[in-house]
Write a protein that binds this ligand. Structure first.
Ligand code: SF4
Length: 384
């Protein structure tokens, strides 16, 4: 039998009320299969009410332009020091070649992020280097959507060049950046950040930079790195901060918004040993990721309607299952993915459109190609 408290929280959610933080924690603490099933069914119903049955996907390419990074996040298997084995730094021609290939394969988006490399400067300026990255893509492909540079990269450029966050965001936007990846959020709790990513921007700075982007007209995504050392309370507090950030953007009439929420479960296979040992496993626990997926739909769905699982982290079968737990989008083709695959993820590094479409069809739900901002793409997919 379904627990009465669970039942009444779910009933209120179905009536359109926002769930409180304590209710969210309570749902995440459920272990009984009937209660968990009721949470899943509610998340699935809310998904249907809020965004319908269609499952969207985007044809995009990831370009991680370098893995040289000054920071040492405890979950990161991607970063290298200069001169170390496996280090790389793409030149302009390589970036253009990857972009050209992506466009030939039907991409509507390039997602570009990289390590924090203090040598990445032109005439001593970081911002000039990042602008050149943008221009390298936009000069030849002005209509391609450039989803680029995390809040951490914005702070890095601002720090290196002595600029404000607004100055950096505006300059990148003027050069051609179209939206901001909501990465580097990890868990928005400074106690957890001290262990996961002590050199990264803190919670307040992350929120400040994303809110500044919204104010200046750049939409962002939002993410959570789940399934490591964080508690249910810290997960819900993270969701609460994202919900407030979106409410603030809406109340202020900012032109930029959070377009989607993505759960990124921790993959520890190749991650640095201390954190891997502390977490005690190499791959995500699918059941935990699915329960969080459902609770996130119930908690955020009134404000952030699009929810995406990570096929890179969960594998395509896990991501397809998540479409029954509140997700309405299956993400992008990526074409190449380095950051998670280097951590030992099972999902692979690229996905064919047909594989995504088949996964969606297996649930008897319609698919739709979308652009980065969730507008339908109606043109025919170009063959490679
Ligand atoms: S997660 Fe990003 S900032 Fe942290 S070490 Fe890896 S590349 Fe650097």
């Amino acid at each position: 039998m379904i627990n009465k408290s669970v039942d009444s929280i779910l009933d209120r959610a179905l009536m359109g009320y926002d769930m409180s933080a304590s209710e969210g924690v309570f749902l995440l603490q459920q272990t009984d299969s009937e209660n968990i099933s009721a949470i899943r069914i509610t998340a699935d119903r809310l998904r249907k009410q809020q965004v319908g049955d269609t499952v969207t996907y985007v044809i995009n390419r990831n370009i991680n332009f370098t893995n040289i990074c000054e920071q040492h996040c405890s979950f990161c298997a991607f970063r290298r020091d200069e001169g170390e084995d496996g280090v790389y730094w793409l030149d302009w021609a390589q970036i253009l070649a990857k972009t050209t290939d992506a466009v030939k394969r039907g991409a509507t988006e390039i997602c570009m992020q990289g390590g924090l490399n203090p040598q990445a400067k032109i005439n001593g300026k970081s911002l000039a280097y990042y602008i050149k990255l943008v221009e390298t893509i936009k000069q030849d492909f002005p209509h391609l959507h450039l989803h680029a540079f995390s809040p951490q990269e914005i702070q890095f450029i601002a720090r290196e060049d002595g600029l404000s966050y607004s100055q950096v965001i505006l300059a990148l936007q003027n050069a051609g950046v179209d939206s901001m990846p909501g990465t580097a959020a990890e868990i928005l709790d400074d106690r957890v950040r001290q262990i996961l990513c002590p050199e990264k921007i803190n919670t307040a700075t992350w929120l400040e930079i994303v809110s500044t982007a919204h104010k200046l007209g750049l939409s962002s995504t939002s993410t959570i790195l789940s399934g490591h050392i964080e508690t249910a309370e810290q997960q819900i507090s993270h969701l609460e901060k994202l919900r407030s950030l979106q409410q603030f953007a809406i109340n202020q009439g900012y032109p930029g918004r959070i377009t989607e929420f993505i759960i990124l479960p921790f993959v520890g296979k190749e991650a640095p040993k201390p954190l891997r040992k502390r977490v005690g496993r190499d791959q995500p626990v699918l059941a935990d990721a699915l329960l969080l997926t459902a609770v996130a739909r119930i908690f955020l769905g009134n404000w952030i309607p699009n929810h995406q699982p990570s096929w890179v982290k969960l594998g395509l079968a896990g991501a397809t299952e998540a479409l029954k737990w509140g997700c309405n989008d299956i993400g992008g083709t990526l074409m190449e993915e380095h950051i998670t695959s280097m951590a030992g993820a099972i999902g692979g590094t690229c996905m064919e459109v047909s594989s995504l479409q088949n996964a969606i069809a297996s649930l008897q739900r319609p698919d739709q190609q979308r652009d980065t901002l969730y507008q339908p793409v109606l043109t025919e997919i170009m063959s490679s």
